[in-house]
Design a protein around this ligand. Structure first.
Ligand SMILES: [Zn+2]
Length: 483
């Protein structure tokens, strides 16, 4: 048996003021054939999983490129064409193969392509022909097009949000691909549209029980895998929306009925799945009043993980206005300010302008006297088993508040973000971070409470008012569907 694997992944916020090119991929993660580290990354976990299975079972693994760019703006045509052709050329020279396994995200949009993953899967199918098995992993914040389900045999998305199960998902996908090659199963894909778009964290009800339920259905009556495609509301493409995706073993009718039933159940959760979102002022006032810290305040929309710059100053300004100085902010993206602080050196005091360089929706930049507390070149934070680069980073003191400035955009995943910059997260009353829900597993053990602040900014967080051009209008809440 001979299997080819590759990974091209990013999440495109088509409304973002950012743009993405090859340097964004190289800055976040790029491994040429054979260079993938043993550590799994979010979307390329199929690499270490394939390696382990190949070794155990004695099949050949041909590795192509694996690359990932931090979620951002529209990918330029040349970069998308280049990465796609690089992987397709690698596949052509790997032939003949029994299977192709791809680690995808599923929400990549380029200047010249609204459905990058569909286009890639279709091109792979054209190269390998109808009999080779194609499997791919997806992030649930993706757009599921017919092009993808037509081209692939196996598609499996992470079930958890936060995506703590990305290795498990890769294992499920690779396992199904291998069993298909061995003719132990004959998978078919079934999709049911939920006709909605919603934020669906699985760390809380009702989604927690829903995920447990779909897991309990897997492996029975020909149901091989069930995924919930949450959809990604910041991607303005025709396939945007929530869907149920079932991989089933020739039990077509049963699987399609199950997909439909699950889609109706999910639709009934609309409007009830989000945690309580507070205004920035409410969140800070509530955190200040709490008897003990640290209280984590998540700036849920200025989340670089959703493709925005992550340089909003609004929550920091609110901390100052409310005189909540016993606080640390991690992070504000500002490579220029980081460079200036590094030039000034640890211990230096200087006048610094920082934050809010990229849009007029992230509050004005801050001008203030700051002290450079710590400089870390190539700083990182943990996210589960993977390590996320923050780039050169500094911790500064601004009016008593410790602010971490970073130069590689990244959402806040884990308290190691603070520790690695010399800040004991438990020593602060308030930790202000930028993330929608991925922070939850990392921060929950250190937090005495978690508050979610809904700060308007460059993220289109209300589909009812977002100015979409391509997304469907006949989905909730764009249309008030009742059933
Ligand atoms: Zn996601």
């Amino acid at each position: 048996m001979r299997i080819f694997c590759a990974s091209i992944a990013t999440e495109t916020n088509t409304f973002s003021p950012l743009r993405a090119d090859l340097s964004d991929f190289k800055e976040s993660f790029y491994a040429g054939p054979g260079d993938h580290p043993e550590t799994p990354t979010l979307c390329s976990a199929v690499f270490p999983v394939c390696r382990r299975r190949a070794k155990e079972e004695g099949w050949d693994l041909v590795e192509g490129t694996a690359t990932w760019a931090e979620p951002g703006g529209i990918v330029n045509s040349k970069t998308w064409d280049g990465l796609r052709e690089e992987v397709l050329d690698q596949l052509r020279s790997a032939l003949p193969v029994n299977a192709v396994v791809l680690g995808l995200h599923g929400a990549m949009v380029a200047q010249n392509c609204q459905d990058c993953e569909g286009t890639l899967l279709k091109a792979v199918r054209e190269i390998v022909g109808p009999d080779v098995i194609i499997g791919a992993t997806l992030d649930p914040h993706s757009h599921l097009s017919e092009k993808r389900t037509d081209a692939a045999d196996v598609l499996v998305a992470f079930k958890e949000f936060p995506h703590t199960d990305f290795v498990e998902c890769a294992e499920d996908c690779v396992d199904l691909v291998v069993r298909t090659v061995k003719k132990q199963v004959s998978p078919e894909l079934h999709v049911a549209d939920c006709n909605m778009i919603e934020v669906l964290p699985t760390s809380r009800e009702p989604m927690r029980s829903f995920v447990d339920k779909i897991k309990s259905l897997e492996g029975k009556e020909g149901i091989l895998s069930i995924s919930v495609i949450h959809g990604f509301m910041a991607g303005d493409v025709p396939d945007m929306g929530t869907k149920i995706l079932i991989v089933a073993d020739r039990e077509k009718n049963l699987a399609q009925t199950l997909a439909y039933d699950l889609s109706r159940e999910l639709f009934s959760f609309r409007g009830t799945t989000r945690p309580e979102f507070l205004s920035p002022t409410e969140a800070v006032v509530r955190a200040k009043k709490a008897p003990s810290g640290p209280i984590v305040i998540a700036d849920v929309w200025d989340n670089p993980g959703g493709g925005v710059p992550g340089d909003s100053t609004i929550l920091l300004r609110t901390l100052v206005e409310q005189e909540a100085f016993d606080a640390a902010v991690g992070t504000i993206w500002d490579p220029m300010a980081v460079k200036t602080c590094i030039s000034a050196g640890e211990g230096a005091t200087l006048k610094l302008r920082f934050g809010s360089k990229m849009s007029d929706t992230a509050g004005p930049p801050i001008d203030g006297d700051v002290k450079v507390l710590k400089i870390v070149l190539d700083a990182t934070q943990d996210f589960g088993e993977s390590i996320v680069p923050l780039g050169d980073s500094v911790a500064i003191d601004y009016m008593g508040i410790t602010v971490i400035l970073n130069s590689n955009r990244s959402q806040s995943f884990d308290p190691s973000l603070f520790r690695n910059l010399g800040v004991d997260p438990k020593s602060k009353k308030i930790l202000a971070i930028k993330s929608t829900n991925h922070f939850y597993d990392g921060f929950e053990p250190v937090a005495s409470d978690i508050l979610y602040a809904s700060v308007d900014g460059p993220y289109p967080n209300d589909p009812k008012t977002t100015d979409y051009k391509y997304a469907r209008t006949d989905i909730w809440p764009r249309t008030d569907l009742s059933g």
